[in-house]
Ligand binder design. Structure first.
Ligand code: UGA
Length: 418
């Protein structure tokens, strides 16, 4: 099938590459010419496991091209995926500016019948109340599908190709048939519903995962006080199949472009509807407290004022270069207020961190250099290369990611919840 993908962030690019890998003809559209050039030359603009190989494969097979020419891409596509960003506004509510703009472009350029698929994460009601009226007004014959993504950064390709299910919220039977055809070579179970339910499934999914983490953090904080191993507790709890062990690792807190933003957006939508959203507000509160705890632990063992502090890990999790809403950002900002002398290292996220902190902090070339230049070290991302005991010889180590190897050689070792 002929597919256009509007927006080439990690969701758009993953969608494009994976659909092309099943033989569909994909055109990726973005406003950023530099990104387009990179994609066409087989270089993914983002770091994502397996992406480069698959991108090269589909490009050389002639199954994927990237362009800034949205008009041409839209005209020739049977199915148009909207994968544009839906950032948070200052009050936590969702900003639909880019989505509406993309819908307007389709309305103007589409011509004949199109299936428009919303992949961007949007609050319940958006597809029917914000996108549909724009397409209806244009008079183009169209079907709509809300097809939420469940991609973890760093495992996006695998999640797309082999995830647990594909949710398709469709407006009509014809759209359902075409979407079933599109996904026919994927092994996942298809879950067919309406667009608004599909939108809510996405928020329910991310909110529940975030809730599990905040639950694990709250209990982890208590376990530490009681001298109980929080990870062992969750190993025991996780054996209950109704609960599962996943997303019960306590630590420095969740970050990234999804959990914080999505939980805040659904809280905001709930408040708009007169619901208190007490549980999810607390999920955010508990999460915001974890970085503060890291600083408090540091202060317990070493006064950060004018001290050499090493930060191992800037990305919001291992396997990605993404630093959005990462605990490292809040912690570095706090340490900067205390005039700490900060040296950081992350195997993938250095250039993204430089965009935020420029010359306010120092950048090491390796974990060893970072450790050597520091009196105290905070571990904020669980990269495997941080699991070397020798890095921590004679250092004060505050661990936010359960890198227990650090304990062996450290002068002082303290974990956030253990
Ligand atoms: C998350 C979801 O897992 C995906 O299903 C979803 O599609 C995606 O958001 C999205 O909405 O786009 P992602 O943000 O890439 O994926 O990362 P996760 O692996 O879910 O981790 C999120 C955060 O939770 C990280 O900061 C991680 O360190 C933290 N986390 C995760 C914990 O603190 N403890 C855990 O047990 C698991």
């Amino acid at each position: 099938m002929n597919i256009a993908i509007i927006g080439t962030g990690y969701v758009g690019l993953t969608t494009g590459v994976c659909l092309a890998s099943k033989g569909h003809q994909v055109t990726c559209v973005d406003l950023d010419q530099e990104k387009i050039n990179m994609i066409n030359s087989g270089t993914p603009p983002i770091f994502e496991e397996g992406m480069k190989e698959l991108l090269e494969e589909v490009i050389s097979a002639g199954l994927l091209i990237a362009t800034i020419d949205s008009e041409n891409a839209i005209k020739h596509a049977e199915i148009i995926f909207l994968c544009v960003g839906t950032p948070s506004k200052d009050d936590g509510s969702i900003n639909l500016e880019y989505l509406k703009k993309a819908a307007n472009t389709i309305a103007e350029k589409a011509g004949n019948h199109k299936i428009v698929v919303i992949k961007s994460t949007v609050v319940p009601g958006t597809t029917m109340n914000a996108v549909k009226p724009i397409l209806d007004a244009s008079g183009i014959n169209h079907g709509l599908c809300m097809n939420p993504e469940f991609l973890k950064e760093g495992a996006a390709i695998k999640d797309f190709l082999e995830g647990d299910r594909v949710v398709l919220g469709v407006t009509d039977k014809e759209t359902e048939t075409i979407m079933r055809e599109l996904y026919k070579d994927f092994p996942q179970q298809l879950f067919i519903t309406n667009p608004t339910t599909a939108e809510m499934i996405k928020y329910a999914n991310n909110s529940l995962l975030a809730t599990k983490i905040s639950f694990a953090n709250e209990l982890g904080n208590l376990c530490k006080k009681l001298g109980i191993d929080s990870y062992e507790v969750m190993d025991g709890v996780g054996l209950d199949k109704r609960l599962s062990r996943q997303f019960l690792n306590c630590g420095a807190g969740f970050g990234g472009s999804c959990f914080p933003k999505d939980v805040k957006a659904i809280i905001s939508k709930g408040l708009e509807e007169g619901e208190g959203m007490k549980l999810l507000k607390t999920v955010i509160e508990v999460n915001n407290e974890q970085p503060v705890k890291m600083i408090k632990l540091l202060e317990k063992h070493a006064n950060p004022v004018n001290k050499k502090i090493g930060i191992l890990g800037l990305a919001f999790k291992q396997g990605t270069d993404d630093v959005r809403e990462a605990p490292s950002i809040a912690i570095i900002n706090e340490l900067l207020k205390m005039n700490s002398d900060i040296t950081v290292y992350d195997p993938e996220a250095m250039s993204n961190a430089k965009k935020i902190f420029s010359d306010k902090i120092k950048y090491a070339e390796s974990a060893r250099e970072c450790a050597n230049k520091s009196d105290a070290i905070l571990i904020l991302t669980g990269w495997d290369e941080f699991r070397k005991p020798e890095l921590y010889s004679n250092k004060i180590v505050i661990d936010g990611r359960r890198i227990k190897e650090a304990e062996q050689n450290a002068k002082i070792y303290e974990g956030i919840c253990w």
